[in-house]
Ligand binder design. Structure first.
Ligand code: GLN
Length: 306
């Protein structure tokens, strides 16, 4: 029997109401603390073109760490397998902004989705692009099929003003020789990419290349090879939720990536992408209601890669 996706999404809204007030909106910068906490949206995009949504699926929010996937995609397409000489592919088991591991692992970040790894990726983009901020945005717009995705200048500035820990990570990386450009340039790109705003709808559409073997659906435009796409999906599965990646995989069973803006994108290769947004976070920095919604989605539909 065909799955009734709309009914499934509508049920999820009701069944996750008990989590509506659980968790805390990110408040490490004033800009993010201002977000109305009870917003909630889901957008499901099937690869065959059909889509379903509910709630605040068209409201843009700060995608934060989800942007690390876009930056990584670009860097991987530039460097290929050489990329993994500068950043690992192992879950970290430590907080996304931790400095500890980086010190004893001599400046090679565990994976590209903790902040240290994303800073190395940002450094690679700074090395390869004339105008990294402009070109990264252009790349994301190209993937999204629209022109509306943008940086939020106030958020970027706030990240910069309060980014002491990221500055420490960048300087530690530089001391080990794993940042090649001036740290200010690398941090500027990093803070800006964290400030990008997208809606659930835009995220679900933009991530379609990961369910389509690296190609934008409907075009022959190969962003990543089939094998590279497999690798990035594997990284999203194992490292996409910081030190909650195991629990997330256990509960949901789909590759994905979260951000402290409360957004999550998850996907099933050859089938669909699904994005959820709910700003209240658990102590690991992942959306409480968002993870519950995805857990219910894969339980109700049986659509998990496991
Ligand atoms: N701007 C945040 C930071 O660098 C992004 C982290 C996140 O979404 N986990 O701390």
């Amino acid at each position: 029997m065909a799955i009734d996706y709309q009914t499934t999404l509508d049920e999820i809204v009701i069944e996750t109401l008990i989590y509506k007030e659980k968790g805390k909106v990110a408040d490490y910068i004033p800009e993010l603390a201002k977000v109305a906490p009870d917003q909630f949206g889901i957008f499901l995009q099937l690869l065959d073109g059909e889509s379903y949504y509910t709630g605040d699926a068209f409201t843009r929010f700060s995608i934060q760490s989800i942007s690390k996937v876009f930056a990584l995609t670009m860097a991987f397409s530039f460097l290929g397998e050489k990329l993994w000489e500068r950043v690992g592919v192992e879950p970290s088991g430590t907080a996304f902004n931790s400095l500890l591991q980086l010190e004893y692992e001599k400046g090679i970040p565990r994976n590209p989705f903790i902040n240290a790894g994303a800073l190395v990726v940002a450094d690679i983009l700074v090395s390869h692009l004339n105008d990294p901020k402009k070109e990264l945005l252009h790349f994301i717009r190209h993937l999204s099929g629209g022109e509306k995705v943008s940086y939020n200048k106030a958020v970027a500035l706030s990240e910069k003003r309060n980014g002491y820990r990221n500055m420490a990570v960048a300087n530690l990386l530089k001391s080990f020789g794993n940042i090649q450009n001036p740290v200010e340039k690398v941090l500027d790109l990093y803070f800006n990419m964290c400030s990008i705003e997208m809606s659930c709808e835009e995220l679900a559409k933009t991530f379609l290349l990961f369910v389509n073997h690296g190609k934008i659906p409907g075009s022959e435009d190969e962003i990543l090879t089939k094998s590279q796409t497999k690798r990035l999906n594997a990284l999203m599965q194992t490292c996409g939720f910081y030190d909650e990646s195991g629990e997330y995989t256990f509960a949901v069973g789909l590759p994905g990536k979260s951000g402290v803006g409360g957004g999550i994108i998850a996907l099933y290769p050859e089938k669909f992408t699904i994005s959820v947004w709910s700003p209240r976070l658990n102590e690991k920095g992942n959306s409480v209601r968002g993870i519950k919604a995805l857990e219910l989605f894969t339980t109700k539909t049986g659509m998990s890669v496991f």
